[in-house]
Design a protein around this ligand. Sequence first.
Ligand code: TXA
Ligand code: MG
Length: 337
Amino acid sequence: MKTELMPVTAASIALGASLMAEGKLVAFPTETVYGLGADALNGRAVLKIFEAKGRPADNPLIAHISDKSELAPLVARVDERAQKLMDAFWPGPLTMVFPKSELIPDAVSAGLSTVAVRMPSHPAARMLIRALGRPIAAPSANRSGKPSPTTAAHVFEDMEGRIPLILDGGPCGVGVESTVLDLAGDVPTLLRPGGITAEMLREYLPDLAIHPAVLHPLQSSAEARSPGMKYKHYAPNASIVIVRGTPEQIAARYDASVAAGKKTAILCADRAPYGDRFAYELGHDAGEMASRLFAALRAMDDDGIEAAFSEQTPTDGVGLALTNRLLRAAGFQVEEG
Ligand code: TXA
Ligand code: MG
């Protein structure tokens, strides 16, 4: 299959919607990461997503809507908490998990009784949903196990020959996937941190719980509230170690690794303390760091890096999302300087 890469225009959106109406897959930009979309109400089309990504069949997808009014038919009920959160954070990078309605095919919910829904703020995503006239089921548009794509070129790397169309809307602003909040149970639980932070949610949900898997390895797969938690994520070929220490200690680790003959890199806020050592600079603000992390992880593979040492990252605000993704990329290897 030939994969077309087209800038977002009225014509390419119309083409994307007509391909999806025929049951085909289209990759499109959102404010978080690129999505790999299918008509969410067409179970057979949705199954193609799992095939194109190499995604385990038990990992459910997010249904994307273009207007709050499109939520009610997809879910069994919308309680007062969800209503307030929608008013506060939609459109935007917040996904909420609800008890599902009968309209949701099993392929979307992977057999669960719940469905995850979000209303993205990216205009191209909303235009595409509106043009299709149905919700779009979309995971991140990477091959399973690779970092989520934050540019159309990343999507092309992973999906060339597998899908007919990629809509190019430039780099994604947030750069990490949406916050996933489980509202289907009694205690609202943060399953995946993202651009809508725990601090922001707590203003509306004083009893918000943070699932332990956000910052710690899962003890057992029974503990996974989100099937996505069970799977290895975002791992580059390099072994990454997060070093709790000073730049001098990180530089010493780097030097020892180079001396051992390994192509080595540093992940840091600022390259200045590391002289001419090979470093990926993420920036000083957690939001900026989060938006650059996935591109750096992909660059590591392109650059043939075998070992990498990362500075510790913050866990407040968007830092929680950044640290959650970095810990997974590092396979939870955290060591003292
Ligand atoms: O920002 C995003 O959320 C992007 C863009 C494209 O919208 N999408 C995305 O989708 O990251 P995906 O499939 O890569 O991640 C969805 C996560 C997975 O960890 C999945 O297990 C979880 O949401 N999830 C989906 N439905 C769920 C449900 N009913 N209950 C619990 N977790 C669910
Ligand atoms: Mg994903």
